[in-house]
Design a protein around this ligand. Structure first.
Ligand code: MG
Length: 313
């Protein structure tokens, strides 16, 4: 079995559980922004999760939805959007017209994050910008959980999917960060394409069981993810058989049994998105390797209270 250095950075152990900043630190700083990533890394959270989508001119950019998300995107007059153009229909230059530094408090989505800072002049970053900052010496311990978002509209467009992976992999190679990057997705067949194009980078498999309700304001993952309804007990085996090194289940899908099974198979278990202290403590108790959170500081606090580290000294 190939040993990937990036995988070890996400591995827990005795007295060690990793903290992963979800979209930077979405609870406190505008999501998927350079400010959020630098905040997380500067506060002792060197593991970053973020989402990559491709523009019309094939630039990998960091944003969650396939459309500009109205509650977090403002136009040049400072108004939150009322329509949601597709990222795939906008060029990189056009995308830079929008400000993502605030969240609309009148929206249901905005109400989920009442503590997020409100900042002007924040733009959607390119993948390249994040890779360049992460390459700086001061962030030498940073590792990236790079989620490739799979657009259901292109689900059967093999050429488009190959191009998406090619553009992402080319950026990572150009930065020299392939030993510090995981390729991560809900779309298992896209991860197979990642393994084909970039066998030197480990793959990380996201799952959510179909009975869970989806989060408000987020693109659905159900149509691009495999259907686990008849085989949920064997998800860890399915991940291993698909060549995955990390299994990333939704927090309500994790049990003591499936964590033990995953560990016995050699997988790392990184759970998302764990924000409430009671859930954080439950994950600690279940012995997961890593906790993905919008509030990485809360996870640090829960771990510290129990004498658990999140960094290897
Ligand atoms: Mg994500």
């Amino acid at each position: 079995m190939i040993r990937f250095p990036a995988v070890d950075a996400f591995r827990g152990g005795e007295g060690l559980i990793r903290v992963i900043g979800h979209r930077g630190a979405r609870g406190l700083v505008p999501e998927n922004s350079m400010l959020g990533f630098e905040f997380a890394m500067s506060s002792g959270v060197p593991l970053l999760e973020f989402d990559v989508v491709m523009t019309a001119d094939n630039v990998p950019v960091i944003t969650h939805n396939h459309r500009l998300h109205a509650p977090t995107f403002r136009d040049h007059s400072g108004h939150f959007l009322t329509t949601e153009p597709k990222i795939a229909h906008l060029t990189w230059a056009q995308l830079q017209d929008y400000d993502i530094g605030r969240i609309d408090g009148a929206s249901v989505y905005g109400q989920r994050f009442p503590d997020q800072a409100q900042i002007d002049g924040i733009r959607v970053p390119s993948l390249r910008e994040l890779l360049q900052v992460t390459s700086q010496d001061r962030f030498s311990s940073a590792h990236l959980m790079l989620e490739i978002k799979s657009d259901p509209a292109f689900a059967h467009d093999i050429e488009y999917r190959r191009l998406l992976v090619r553009q992402v992999v080319a950026e990572v190679h150009a930065s020299g960060l392939e030993t510090r990057t995981l390729l991560h997705s809900f779309d298992w067949s896209l991860l197979t394409e990642c393994q084909h194009q970039a066998p030197e980078m480990p793959t990380s498999f996201l799952t959510q069981l179909p009975e869970n309700e989806e989060d408000i304001g987020e693109d659905s993952i159900m149509c691009i993810s495999p259907d686990f309804s008849v085989q949920q007990e064997s998800i860890p085996e399915l991940v291993v058989n698909a060549g995955g090194r990390l299994w990333c289940p939704y927090l309500n899908d994790v049990t003591r049994e499936n964590v033990a099974k995953a560990h016995a198979l050699g997988l790392i278990v990184a759970v998302w998105t764990v924000n409430e202290p009671s859930d954080i403590h439950r994950m600690i108790d279940l012995g997961v390797d890593a906790i993905v959170s919008d509030y990485p500081g809360r996870v640090q606090r829960c771990l510290a209270d129990q004498g658990i580290s999140w960094l290897v000294p």
